[in-house]
Design a protein around this ligand. Structure first.
Ligand code: ZN
Length: 267
């Protein structure tokens, strides 16, 4: 599932591609991907300008000219492609937004969705989420306070969106590898030094993910050299050598979630 760095990469690239552009046509091929009747959705967003594109956790928020919003969550398997009809990937398209002869295609939206909402509705949708880990206000003190209340394992806590927003299965493994901490270790067993290390690893790995364009498999547009440059240290690399100590990376399930880690150098 796309996480904070993937959505941040989309946000930056889409800002350049469609920021300030007018939606000239709308095609909905899967009604379940939207939240209002197709006619209403189409009528309300047609001819509107994309004013801003922002991100919160794993959501993208498109602000439209009339003050309404499109809230996108790609969930598992969702992705986007921007380009001309002839460049479109050979995949089923659930939603297509046109900007003249270029289109933004939404692909793989099974659990994912694009909802048309008012400002209040967007706020309500996002209100229960934890802080943004890269927010400059999210200090080491704020992190320590947040973790004091948590009792679960490091793996389950990092991916809990109510605790900390935007981290999922992939980057939680990467962060814990970088911090040299085992995913099944309990949050309240960490000492001050380990908590500080975890905080810095969260910042480091997420920033690295963004810088390298995240881990999405598919490019956003033809010639896109940015998307998908991130290489995992441990995630989905069971049996490979740990690049730090050369032991074999293992996968274990923690509360039914797959955790990849190095049993030798993560403690
Ligand atoms: Zn190792």
């Amino acid at each position: 599932m796309p996480e904070l760095p993937e959505m941040e990469t989309y946000r930056t690239l889409l800002g350049t591609l469609i920021g300030g552009q007018k939606i000239t046509d709308v095609v909905i091929q899967r009604e379940k991907s939207i939240n209002v009747p197709v006619d209403q959705f189409t009528k309300q967003i047609s001819n509107q300008t994309i004013k801003t594109i922002s991100r919160r956790a794993k959501y993208l928020i498109f602000q439209l000219g009339d003050g309404s919003y499109l809230l996108l969550h790609l969930m598992l398997g969702g992705w986007m492609f921007f380009g001309k009809e002839e460049d479109k990937p050979d995949r089923t398209i659930q939603v297509r937004l046109s900007f003249g002869d270029q289109h933004l295609f939404f692909i793989g939206l099974r659990l994912g969705y694009l909802h048309l909402l008012s400002s209040d509705m967007v706020n309500k949708e996002l209100e229960d989420m934890g802080p943004e880990p890269l927010d400059p206000q999210f200090s080491i003190d704020a992190f320590q306070q947040l973790m004091e209340k948590r009792k679960g394992t490091l793996k389950t806590t990092l991916i809990n969106q109510d605790a900390l927003a935007g981290i999922g299965g992939g980057y939680s493994d990467e962060i814990l590898w970088h911090a040299e901490l085992r995913p099944d270790k309990k949050v309240n067993d960490l000492d001050g030094q380990q908590l500080t290390r975890l905080y810095h690893s969260i910042q480091f790995i997420l920033q690295r993910g963004i810088k390298q364009g995240g881990y999405m498999e598919n490019p956003l547009y033809k010639g896109d050299g940015k998307t998908g440059g991130y290489q995992f240290y441990v995630h989905a690399r069971e049996g490979d050598e740990c690049s730090r100590c050369h032991a074999r990376i293992v996968m274990e399930k923690i509360s039914s979630r797959k955790a990849y880690f190095c049993p030798n150098c993560q403690h």
